[in-house]
Design a protein around this ligand. Structure first.
Ligand code: HEM
Length: 212
């Protein structure tokens, strides 16, 4: 397909609602599977882990938008970035809520006590708090109030989020010495963030369109 045709598809009024619905499907499926008791022998663990996986997948996708937009010359892709970013926060929050509900039984004192006890919970919580800050400032009014420069600086914390999320996943899998998936995600994130650093270091790199 020609680039102009792809642009037209991306600009179609139904494109955004479609992406919105597609990214709601994992949640709908997990909700249905939980209600239908189809999550296997340990449904709570399956739910927590699945939601963690979807958080990472959404994070990959949102970081893919800018490289694809720039490299393929498809400015219309920018329309999807904010929604995908909010989906990262949405799945991270469901992941955290599932942990609070099923692992901690909504006992907040236990939730707080678990943070210093288990390093992978500590870094997961730090990643979630940073996501919360990004989600809270993702609206037009917040962007205007912060000013473009401060908003962009804040959104650079996505580098820290990626590092913390990978560390969380690595520590969680360390008990079983199962690092294959962690390695795959680390390689994908290295390419996506490496591309951004490379562009920022390039003398002719256009800063205008290089938002995180
Ligand atoms: C950006 C934020 C986060 C990301 C990307 C993330 C991602 C993940 C991933 C990928 C897994 C492993 C899934 C698998 O094995 O297939 C996981 C497991 C887990 N995460 Fe997170 N997580 C985040 C934040 C949190 C937070 C805030 C908490 C709780 C405070 C948390 C608690 C857990 C727990 C309890 C498990 C499962 C451990 C087990 O079954 O042994 N995560 N997370």
């Amino acid at each position: 397909m020609q680039r102009a045709a792809v642009q037209r598809v991306l600009l179609h009024p139904l494109a955004k609602p479609l992406v919105f619905v597609v990214w709601l499907l994992p949640f709908a499926w997990l909700f249905y599977a939980a209600a239908a008791d189809a999550l296997g022998a340990n449904p709570a663990e399956a739910l927590i882990r699945s939601l963690g996986d979807w958080t990472l997948r959404a994070l990959v996708l949102v970081l893919l938008v800018t490289p694809l937009r720039v490299q393929l010359g498809l400015p219309a892709l920018a329309r999807f970035r904010r929604m995908l970013g909010v989906y990262v926060f949405f799945y991270a929050t469901l992941h955290w809520l599932a942990y609070v509900a099923f692992d901690m039984g909504f006992v907040w004192a236990d939730v707080v006590a678990d943070i210093p006890k288990r390093p992978f919970i500590l870094v997961g919580t730090a990643a979630w708090l940073l996501l919360l800050a990004l989600a809270a400032t993702s609206f037009n009014r917040a962007i205007r109030a912060l000013g473009a420069a401060r908003w962009q600086a804040l959104h650079r914390s996505v580098y820290a989020i990626v590092g913390l999320a990978l560390l969380h996943f690595f520590w969680m899998r360390a008990g079983k010495h199962n690092f294959t998936e962690v390695g795959v995600y680390a390689a994908i994130f290295a390419v996506l963030l490496g591309w951004r650093l490379w562009r920022r270091l390039m003398p002719q790199g256009s800063r205008v369109s290089s938002r995180i």
